[in-house]
Ligand binder design. Structure first.
Ligand code: ZN
Ligand code: ZN
Length: 355
């Protein structure tokens, strides 16, 4: 039984219902619409969160386009970097109170009972449901979430900074964790935007040196400001040669949504190195030479978001002043222009919607 299939605007509400403003994807590839839709009501184990801030993640664009092999539900309210205040509690909620400030992350539901869930791998739960993909997300005045899946935002973490940390932060934090990066390692970060600007900070916190690779000068400038030791403009320099000159990367983390970047990252590794794939291009395949992978003992790792505990750690690091989040505020009325700007690489780091 999968009760989530019946989720969506308009269900489980009582007429005459309250409404809310939301961004809605009605058709893959069509412009997003801003509409009044029924305000959700909290069911068993759920909460309603009044949105303060909602970050724009590249995944939201892939969702709206229906780019990936697994398609999101339609109609869909996107957004999985939502921060807000718990406004009401459904039956049986004991871990939260009205007024708590929480993050509503990508991992909207995990079963809590399977082998993955019980070994620290809830992000791999086969019964998981994802916010802003299979469940309505935070591009709305209110969002419904499972109480046990949201993460409290500590005092001292700004809501607009917490939003990008809820996906971009936890995703790159986990990628660095998965890479096993250590002091004296060289970590190459391919793609500096919303995720990359955080990835390089986590690699630095792990003690590694960082080489940041991007096609845009202003993003590389940002990478330098945030502590990257080396910056390489892949538009006019060969990143493989440049990183090899530094001895090759112990770890290359690919956040750029391009198979070419994945291949360059692979080739920039030193022997025994680890390639961590995070960005998921619409074009799903990369060339991977088997002989060199074997000969050089290369490890290839896929890393998807992070657990609730990872996110709590990300907030802890930020509250301690160890990370900087670069973002610009937007109103949801500009969502279609914003999607276009992100796709063209014109946005320095993260866009965050203000409600
Ligand atoms: Zn995301
Ligand atoms: Zn599970």
């Amino acid at each position: 039984m999968n009760i989530e299939v019946t989720r969506g605007p308009g269900l489980r509400t009582h007429l005459p219902y309250e409404t809310m403003k939301a961004v809605v994807v009605e058709e893959y590839g069509a412009p997003l619409k801003i509409k009044e839709v029924p305000k959700p009501v909290a069911g068993l184990g759920e909460v309603i969160v009044k949105t303060i801030a909602a970050g724009l993640c590249h995944t939201d664009i892939h969702a709206a386009h229906g780019d990936w092999p697994v398609k999101p539900k339609l109609p869909l309210i996107p957004g999985h970097e939502g921060i807000g205040i718990v406004e009401s509690l459904g039956q049986g909620v004991t871990n939260l109170q009205v007024g708590d400030r929480v993050a509503v992350p990508w991992l909207g539901y995990a079963c809590g009972e399977c082998e993955y869930c019980n070994t620290g791998w809830e992000t791999l739960c086969e019964k998981q449901l994802n916010t802003g993909y299979f469940m309505d997300g935070s591009y709305a005045e209110y969002v419904r979430a499972y109480a046990r899946m949201v993460v409290k935002v500590p005092d001292g973490v700004d809501s607009f900074e917490a939003a990008p940390l809820t996906c971009a932060g936890v995703t790159t934090y986990k990628a660095v964790k998965m890479s096993g990066a250590r002091p004296s390692d060289l970590v190459a970060v391919f793609g500096v935007g919303g995720l990359g600007h955080l990835a390089l900070q986590y690699a630095r916190i792990a003690g590694a040196s960082v080489a940041a690779v991007d096609l845009y000068g202003d993003k590389l400038e940002l990478a330098r400001e945030l502590g990257a030791d080396y910056t390489i403009n892949a538009g006019w320099k060969d990143p493989i040669g440049e990183i090899k000159k530094l001895g090759g990367a112990d770890t290359a983390i690919v956040l750029a949504v391009s198979p070419q970047a994945c291949e360059q990252a692979y080739k920039s590794l030193r022997r025994g190195g680890t390639l961590v794939l995070v960005g998921s291009p619409a074009d799903n395949f990369m060339q991977l030479p088997i002989f060199e992978t074997v000969l050089n003992g290369i490890k290839i790792v896929g890393s998807i978001v992070g657990t609730r505990t990872d996110l709590a750690e990300v907030f802890e690091l930020h509250a301690a002043g160890k990370t900087k989040v670069i973002y610009e505020k937007r109103k949801i009325e500009t969502v279609n222009e914003d999607y276009a700007a992100v796709e063209m690489g014109l946005v320095k780091a993260r866009l965050v919607y203000e409600f």
